[in-house]
Design a protein. Structure first.
Lengths: 191, 682
């Protein structure tokens, strides 16, 4: 009886294999399957614009006069300089031919789109460093790959389960509000 | 080692324990909640940047610059443009509707051709082929009407009419009156008013802060000189029959009868001359004699209701101001004729402020760019009301009548006759964005693009203080309907008839205009306004035409003077009311009827009671109304809002006060005058 039990159950080994296999699935396979990696439609170089051309962040990412935040600039804004191809970069040529000339908007993938159930005002957060929430893109020559959660549509810069690079989760908002003595009442963000 | 049932269950148990140590259950639980918030069928706010396009409003008669807020190339909102000289951040009620105009249910969405009593859709190629046939058959029996006072499109239409041997008419308005006034007085350039730099602004009749001229800019100039909590730096005085939007905020208000602005200006001229004012013109002595002999205190008081004492007080204040300015015009933006504007200009010349800071100015005309187009004064040479009256009476009949940006069947006096003329023309083509009263009577309706859908331009709207040019590029990336700019239609028509106008599109036309002005095309395309402060030097200015033959549309047998009230929120003479313009007040429309206002004394003298249903009868037509007794109205005057009674848009609310207007012919200018019309109320 004792031999049968030992032989048929394999002892702790199946348990251990199942345990390890699930850890592998949970920490490796699952993230790969949950996120899809996307590249930006145009290889936009922040480095060329910020460092080489001496542009300020605010030249493209500015507050409108009504207080709303411009966010990602529209094609028409880019076309103020790139109405024609200026250099030899194939992506710039592609941008001018496919978007500027056709007056189409580039389907940029935002790294940190916030959902509609939260009201976020950039104007109210002007005193914070941009990089408190956003990755520092100023020296970036090739836009990082965007990882999009297939279930939620949320985006981030990697496929970690707990991230602080993409769409902001509520705990991050609450933590910062608490640290800065700001209200965490529901209606502050959920209006 | 085999995998039996027990081993498998043990394996699953290990997996289950392991699962608890992975993010899977926690991440799924979290994400499922988020997933349900992001269902694709849930409407969301556009996730793109806001983009502000800068154009000049073509619906606003004042041509104020606007910023159009777009998401993904889709216009969503209009705000004022702080950098545009005619806006300075302000926005008129009519320009605020430039976005709503795109989706107005009354828009013409496809070409329409008359089949019997109805208009039926057709294709653009069918419509253009029909138009070509009709134009070829009409030959020189053609009349072209444009209501675009500021755009080069009118130049295109005028050049086409000239090449075809037809006649061209600008729709009447203050710009037409001023063009004729300057012609009569031998003034070169177009008339402007440097209201920003004036320290005393006398407004005679013209509703300068609501509907006259560059009203947004005028209001900004007013508020700049009347800071909240601060000392005013200019005095504004209004003389007119109703304590309306302009009179209410002015520093002083003088009651003056409707249509009396010209005569009142001549009375002021007499007072100024008596006080020693002169003018460096060769006919000053003759002008002074006419002013003295024909505009004495008795006539002024009888025709304007302004006492000699008040007149002299105003004249003294004008004379003592450092930079006085007099603006004279119609209370409702049309029908004043040339003499009213001319008399106002004469007073300004007597005050020595012509072409001076804070005064009236002669602004250079823009160079003509379309070959064969007549000059500005020639474009304004013919009188549309007189012509359409002749058509209605059968004295003439064009084989082809083309109407662009005008609505003669609604917004002109003798309204029934104007509508009859539209029907009597051999073939009427309406180039219109909206299926308005004129379009409904037309034989062919061609859907016109709106401001945000077309290349267009604005050159120095009437009233502006300096030369100014704005170029509009389309803001809408994907227009909802296949509409075309009337200018493009006429360019194509001219080409098909072998009357080539030298341009393939309105885009080329406006770019040529910008080049002719020496303006930076790149800056214009970004929405910046081109301005030029240079003024036109004058020689041989004549004052006498301003003094002679002032006429009124008043007819015998009608007791009350009619004071029509124009408000841009109810549409202009050319633009249909739109969705956003439905803020009609109870002082304009009550229980489905137009509210007509009289004061208590007038009501008592005419047996009128508050809220009574009445009929207003003019020499040319009637209108139902409901009485509101208001002390904002001068004795002997009945005030009625324009913009109601739109029969083209379903059940009309209220009545059309244009039907009450009568017409008089103004000698010298050849213009029709309809200010000062009188009515009976019973």
């Amino acid at each position: 009886m004792a031999n049968k039990s030992s032989a048929s159950s394999g002892g702790a080994l199946p348990f251990f294999i199942g345990f390890i296999a699930m850890l592998f699935v949970g920490w490796w396979v699952f993230p790969q399957a949950l996120f899809s990696a996307m590249e930006q439609p145009i290889r936009f170089s922040h480095k060329v614009h910020a460092e080489d051309q001496g542009m300020a962040c605010e030249d493209c990412h500015f507050f409108n006069e009504d207080g709303s935040y411009n966010g990602i600039p529209a094609t028409a804004k880019c076309a103020e300089c790139h109405s024609d191809v200026l250099g030899e970069d194939p992506d710039e040529k592609k941008f001018v031919e496919e978007y500027v000339s056709k007056e189409k908007e580039v389907p940029w993938v935002a790294y940190q789109d916030q959902p509609d159930n939260v009201f976020f005002s950039h104007a109210a957060h002007q005193k914070q460093e941009c990089t408190s929430c956003h990755p520092d893109m100023a020296g970036n020559d090739t836009p990082p790959t965007v990882f999009v959660n297939k279930l939620t549509g949320y985006t981030q810069l990697d496929h970690k389960m707990l991230n602080d690079t993409g769409t902001m989760k509520m705990y991050r908002c609450e933590r910062c509000h608490a640290l800065n003595g700001q209200s965490n009442a529901c209606y502050v963000c959920h209006r | 080692m085999g995998l039996d049932r027990r081993a498998f269950l043990t394996f699953l148990a290990g997996g289950a324990v392991g699962l608890g140590l992975t993010p899977i259950p926690y991440k799924f639980t979290d994400d499922i909640a988020i997933w349900s918030q992001n269902w694709s069928w849930t409407p969301t706010v556009p996730k793109r940047s806001v983009f502000f396009s800068q154009v000049a409003s073509k619906m606003d008669p004042g041509g104020a610059g606007i910023r159009v807020v777009s998401y993904d190339g889709r216009p969503c909102q209009v705000v004022g443009n702080p950098e545009h000289p005619l806006s300075r951040g302000g926005l008129s009620a009519i320009a605020a509707n430039e976005v709503q105009a795109l989706h107005d249910p009354n828009r013409v969405k496809t070409p329409l051709v008359r089949r019997g009593e109805k208009l039926a859709p057709c294709t653009w190629s069918e419509a253009m082929a029909l138009l070509k046939d009709k134009a070829a058959a009409a030959k020189d029996s053609m009349a072209v009407v444009s209501g675009d006072d500021t755009g080069t499109a009118s130049e295109v239409l005028a050049a086409f009419a000239a090449k075809a041997g037809g006649e061209f008419f600008m729709a009447p308005g203050e710009a037409a009156s001023a063009a004729k006034a300057t012609e009569l007085m031998n003034v070169s350039g177009r008339l402007g008013y440097d209201i920003e730099n004036s320290d005393y602004v006398l407004i005679l009749g013209a509703d300068a802060l609501e509907s006259w001229g560059t009203s947004v800019r005028n209001a900004k100039a007013f508020s700049a000189t009347h800071p909240t909590g601060g000392q005013r730096t200019a005095k504004y005085v209004y003389a007119g029959p109703v304590l309306g939007p302009t009179a209410t905020v002015c520093d002083a208000y003088v009651q003056a009868r409707p249509g009396a602005a010209g005569v009142l200006a001549m009375g002021l001229a007499r007072c100024l001359i008596q006080a020693g004012a002169t003018a460096p013109t060769r006919d000053f002595a003759q002008f002074a004699r006419i002013a003295q002999a024909e505009f004495g205190p008795a006539r002024i008081e009888a025709e304007t209701g302004v006492s000699e004492r008040d007149l002299r007080k105003i004249a003294r204040e004008l004379a003592s101001a450092r930079r006085p300015l007099v603006i004279a015009g119609s209370e409702f933006g049309s029908g004043a004729g040339a003499k009213t504007v001319a008399a106002g200009l004469a007073v300004n010349i007597l005050l020595g402020n012509f072409n001076r800071p804070g005064g009236t100015r002669a602004i250079a005309e823009a160079p003509t760019v379309v070959p064969g187009a007549p000059g500005r004064q020639a474009m304004y040479g013919a009188d549309l009301v007189g012509y359409l009256s002749a058509v209605a009476e059968g004295r003439t009949a064009p084989g082809l009548l083309m109407v662009y940006n005008a609505n003669p069947a609604y917004a002109l006096p003798r309204t029934a006759a104007m509508a009859s003329a539209v029907k009597k023309a051999g073939f009427t083509v309406a180039l219109s964005a909206f299926l308005d009263e004129t379009a409904q009577l037309a034989d062919l309706v061609l859907p016109a693009a709106t401001t945000l859908e077309r290349y267009d331009d604005v050159y120095t709207p009437y009233g502006a203080g300096q030369a100014l040019y704005s170029l509009n590029a389309p803001v809408v990336k994907n227009p909802a309907y296949d509409c075309r700019h009337a200018g493009d239609v006429v360019l194509a028509l001219a080409d098909s008839l072998g009357l080539g106008l030298g341009f393939g599109s309105m885009r080329e036309v406006v770019e040529a205009k910008a080049q002719a002005l020496g303006a930076s095309l790149a800056a214009l395309k970004k929405g910046a306004a081109w301005t030029a402060p240079a003024l036109v030097a004058q020689s041989g200015v004549s004052l006498v035409p301003a003094a002679a033959d002032h006429v009124s549309a008043a007819k015998d047998g009608f007791r009350l003077a009619l004071a029509p009230q124009a408000r841009l929120a109810l549409g202009s003479a050319t633009v249909a009311p739109l969705l956003g313009m439905n803020a009609v007040s109870a002082a304009e429309l009550a229980k489905g009827e137009t509210v007509v206002q009289v004061n208590a004394r007038t009501a008592a003298a005419n047996g009128l009671r508050q809220d009574a249903e009445v009929r207003l009868a003019g020499p040319e037509g009637e209108m139902a109304g409901r009485v509101l007794i208001s002390e904002k109205v001068m004795t002997g005057v009945v005030a009625a809002p324009l913009g109601l009674g739109r029969s083209a848009f379903g059940q009309p609310a209220g009545g059309n006060a244009h039907t009450l207007l009568s017409v008089a012919d103004e000698p010298d200018s050849g213009l029709s005058v309809w200010t000062g019309s009188r009515v009976n109320v019973a």
